[in-house]
Write a protein that binds this ligand. Structure first.
Ligand SMILES: [Zn+2]
Length: 204
């Protein structure tokens, strides 16, 4: 007995055995970049967003080359935009009827109309809602503990602050394409959607 107690003091492992490794938390095991990327990609496939709608959201400003609906270099916007770009390159499913390459039936008429709108704020509002839903679904699928869920909420709120700080930085530039493009943006849609998805009421 005394021998066993001594072994436990020494790390609860027998000589020559590897010490037990603690199970890593799900937050660091899936970096935020991947969580947003996979959440958006999954959402695009699951909703079966049309190529027309996806390419309209992911379009670049023809003059400056800046993404029309995203804050360039924002830590939440870039993985979301990359997911759209990957989705747009998707191949057809093998062995299914011709042209089958996604799962859902497409966005509902009202969301589609807003996504394709010529008015930027209308488009950003629609993108905010889509990203929020997709990220909520992703977080819900990760089987997180309450602590991990809270940590994700904090992490997404922090990244939203970074995105908004970047937007403010662009707007403060003296000249150049960024200040011209972002001068009257009020917010980042992907940051707002992701951060709202991270907000969570602990049921207890
Ligand atoms: Zn952003």
């Amino acid at each position: 007995m005394r021998f066993l107690i001594l072994l436990c003091v020494l790390g609860c492992s027998l000589p020559g055995e590897k010490p037990s490794v603690s199970v890593p938390s799900k937050v660091p095991s899936q970096p935020s970049e991947q969580m947003i990327f996979f959440g958006v990609l999954e959402g695009l496939y699951r909703d079966g967003v049309s190529t027309e709608a996806a390419s309209s959201i992911a379009a670049l400003d023809p003059g400056s080359g800046i993404p029309l609906n995203f804050v360039y270099n924002c830590p939440l916007c870039m993985p979301a935009l990359d997911a759209f770009r990957v989705y747009l390159e998707r191949p057809d499913f093998l062995g299914k009827k011709a042209g089958s390459n996604t799962f859902g039936g497409g966005l509902d008429a009202s969301t589609l109309e807003r996504v394709l709108s010529g008015d930027r704020e209308t488009r950003l509002e629609a993108l905010h809602g889509l990203v929020q839903g997709w990220v909520e679904t992703r977080l819900g699928s990760l089987d997180l503990t309450r602590g991990e869920r809270t940590a994700w909420g904090r992490q997404l709120a922090r990244l939203r602050e970074k995105g908004n700080a970047l937007l403010a930085e662009y707007q403060e530039q003296e000249e150049g394409p960024y200040v011209e493009f972002y001068s009257d943006w009020k917010r980042c849609a992907v940051c707002d959607g992701s951060s709202d998805a991270g907000e969570w009421e602990d049921p207890q």
